[in-house]
Design a protein around this ligand. Structure first.
Ligand code: ADE
Length: 227
């Protein structure tokens, strides 16, 4: 997979991609992440990348020219499956969307700032608008980092134990069951007996039941679509 990210703050993304799972995916050659600074594309002599909105509303909008030139150049070099704009008014991200995007070869992510980007760029280039939740971030960078992380961990070979991504919360529409590790008793707190029994069928039943209980209690909305 190749991910290109257009941003005015590439520095915000160096950290998240230099650690852990995303770094592992990059090091193994399973994903390429390329950061593009929108400022490198501006023709403004003061390197300005924003402008005031028509209509007189407060705040600033990322200017047309640098983003337009950047998208046109990147599109001429790569055939993108999706051009994603990270925005709080986009489709709310969920595991189903992450699963389907993880099958893509090339993605371009555009990070908004200030009041966002000119609507005409959204109309003519963006194919998917994603929000990572009902709250407003200062820009799309952290959302792009979240989406990239969620995608990269699904690419076969990135996570060592192949089963592990499949047993995450949401992969079967339920939250994950509780997990325990050694020692079996700590401070007088005991691990549920069944997990020590070695009876895989019973353990699986217990895990399914716990996952269901937890989902009913914390996220009953997830059960509404399931019969
Ligand atoms: N940019 C600002 N807030 C955002 C959000 N919640 N999701 C995606 N991009 C954003």
């Amino acid at each position: 997979m190749r991910i290109d990210i257009l941003t005015v703050l590439p520095g915000l993304l160096h950290g998240p991609f230099a650690e852990s799972i995303v770094k592992r995916g990059i090091d193994k050659g399973l994903v390429e992440v390329h950061l593009h600074d929108i400022r490198d594309y501006t023709k403004d002599k003061h390197r300005k990348v924003d402008d005031t909105p028509f209509g007189g509303a407060a705040g600033m909008v990322l200017a047309m020219q640098p983003i337009h030139d950047a998208i046109v150049k990147l599109k001429s070099e790569t055939d993108y499956d999706e051009i994603i704009f990270l925005t709080p008014d986009g489709e709310r991200l969920n595991q189903g969307r992450v699963n389907s995007l993880s099958l893509c070869g090339n993605l371009l992510m555009i990070c908004g700032h200030y009041k966002g980007i000119d609507q005409r760029l959204r109309d003519h280039f963006v194919t998917l608008e994603i929000s990572i939740g009902d709250y407003v971030l200062s820009g799309g960078e952290l959302a792009a980092a979240v989406l990239t992380d969620a995608l990269v961990r699904l690419i076969p070979g990135v996570i060592g134990d192949e089963m592990s991504a499949l047993t995450d919360s949401f992969q079967d529409g339920l939250l994950a069951p509780p997990v325990y590790t050694r020692p079996a008793e700590y401070n007088g707190w005991k691990v549920p007996e069944v997990l020590l029994s070695g009876d895989h069928k019973k353990i699986q039943e217990w895990e399914e039941n716990e996952a269901l209980k937890r989902t009913k209690k914390r996220r009953p909305d997830l059960l509404e679509g399931l019969s």
